[in-house]
Design a protein around this ligand. Sequence first.
Ligand code: RIB
Ligand code: CA
Length: 315
Amino acid sequence: MTKHIILDTDPGIDDSLAILLALASPEIVLDGISTIHGNASTERVTTNALSILELAKASHVPVYKGCDLPLVQPSLLSPETHGDSGLGYAKLSAPLGQAQAQHGSDFLIDQIMSKPGEITLVAIGPLTNVAMAIRKEPRIVQNVKEVFIMGGAIRHQGNTTALAEYNTYVDPHAAHIVFHSGMPMILTPLDVTYQCIFTTDDLNRLLKINSPITKFIADATRFYMEFHDEYQKIDGCVINDPMTLALTFMPEICDYQDLYVDVDISTGVGLGNTFADFYNYEKKAPNMKLALGVRPRMFMELFLERMEKLAKANS
Ligand code: RIB
Ligand code: CA
């Protein structure tokens, strides 16, 4: 049975790969995209989302611009990671289409409330839109089918501070609202995504197919690989977001634990840090399924096969 997905995203290089994977996966119907500040400005990531959809001949998917700023923190974009454009060295045509008039957080509410129990929300950027939607319409907590979130670092070091992962660091207050909302959440932290490295060998396999899709992936990931090499001495790039999306239809890629997970919103060095109460000191019920084990090659094979299929269809 196909899953109806709405994607809250800050494209962003790995976000763009998640959009392409969604479009290449028959298990998914991508009902719409809401954009959020993060890897680049909301204006920029909205344009990027429209351009990526047009690149993949999927301009029928509506795009809704979301919040421009975190709830409390100042804006923190990441040009060093994703480039000023948000898509590395990739050069896409300006989109022919435009974003819808409705705000991204209102789109999330309308989709979830109009199809109770049917919508899978995949949040792969800072959680500002999702938090706003919960505050505006608390009933989405009961009406959403499930929520897959890319974010956090549990036993793994941070990628933005020593302790914090980017999405939960950029808007820790939004993450706190979402983590404590009661939504049926599955969290994909750096603990598993950092085992899923897209390498030049993987890229060269895709480049055997001459297609605008493979050229885009090459130009976008070449910048991302340079960042990972310079900042983290990683040979390749961590594709966090497509891995998170893949779990919506191939959950067996990961192993999960039901745990109580929280995020630090104090103003010290731990801001945005996420932690799991493995020994249940707090005596609180689990608030999410936490992905802690992963089969990296199972995911990468899926990703590469789907990209090959999409590239052939757009060659
Ligand atoms: O920390 C990785 C996450 O932050 C990914 O979603 C990436 O796109 C950025 O949003
Ligand atoms: Ca992202």
